[in-house]
Write a protein that binds this ligand. Sequence first.
Ligand code: GLY
Ligand code: MN
Ligand code: MN
Length: 447
Amino acid sequence: MDSCAHDLEATYAGHLDVLMRRTTRALEVTGFTGLLIHSGSPPPVFLDDQHYPFKANAAFKIWVPLTDVQDCFLYVEPGRRPLLLFHRPQDYWHKPADLPESYWTAHVDVRPVPDRASARPHLPADLSRVAYLGETFPEITSWNVGAMNPQALVTRLDYDRAVKTPYEVACLREANRRGARGHLAAERAFREGGSEFDIELVFLRACGQREQELPYNPIIALNSGAAVLHYQVLERTPPAERHSLLIDAGAEFAGYASDITRTYAHDSSDFAALVREMDQLQQSLCASVRAGVDWRDVHLSCHRLLSELLNDADIIRCDVEKAVEIGLSSVFLPHGLGHLLGAQVHDVGGFLRTPEGGEIPRPAGHPYLRLTRVLEEGFVVTMEPGLYFIDALLEQARADARGAHINWARVEQFRPFGGIRIEDNLAITRTGCENLTRDAFAAVSAG
Ligand code: GLY
Ligand code: MN
Ligand code: MN
């Protein structure tokens, strides 16, 4: 048994205990007696007989690592083993999923059902105090559940989900290893002259995943495309000149996501030096996190470090505090420093003040930050500082007082490279963090 399989085997029962404890408390507080979770159904394309790719409901897949079986139900009641109604249709157009048998199945009561309606008799006759989590489907109205996605319950479960169990961290570790394999292959494809599309195919093959299995569509940008934060084009032909690659791509494992970005310079230009400096900046931010640190402070300290770096590289000429205050650093870094990561790439609960709700606001002038909570042991977050040359933002700055602090000749020199982002996934501990991504690159490189 490899070390990942061993970790899953050793930690899954404890994971279920934690989920059960959290759920029991959430049901008590919100007045329900049970929880019914639907894995989901892929939505149909408008006026077509095709469906969009299936993405399992995250609230479902944190209980059981089933990411590709639609129309399953998990019924959870305090004091009982979770009941999984496993969708196994009689279908000769598609191949029904085999009944699972794995490290987790002994802990769950698994029963096959041929369709959604056939699931109903397996559930308690009276569902009037059961909360349902999932998208609506026609039959559910006649099941008379107590509530559909009740907000107070959803909020409490989302709040708790920020703290990952050892099982979840093991899954995220493995998702990082898979992602690192993809990234190392992608870098080789870049060096060998591949197009954006070529690099994506190489990434998929090295991860062993098709695009719809990934947690998000890879962002693979050559040259100035790297200035588009969520660049989606995938050019089929290589550019005439090759300057840089920004690849933001993650893999999936057992329903958990990695979210990894690397930026490469094609030659040893000033841009290559800038990438190295951003890497050092990112590493110093990683070294500053631990339980008890307010993520908003880390985000603001990133803006100060970036302003220093921009001054040192002669891209701006401005006092560091002033550069942050007047939004000059935000011209070059318009997105948040990171977010919670788990069963969803942008995991839920990043703004919640308490299990009952209430929002912790973002710092003024930083509208895209996705995490405002104080870090706790067990949080898994991304650390993803960036430095971009984005025409639209530069033009806005040129038109206001910030323009006078920008060295436009230097900006012009860097525009063909697009930008830099370096993104790792960190499991927060009491005294620091485990860098799941750097560890994964080291392990995969070592073979
Ligand atoms: N891949 C999207 C992000 O980094 O948040
Ligand atoms: Mn990313
Ligand atoms: Mn991210």
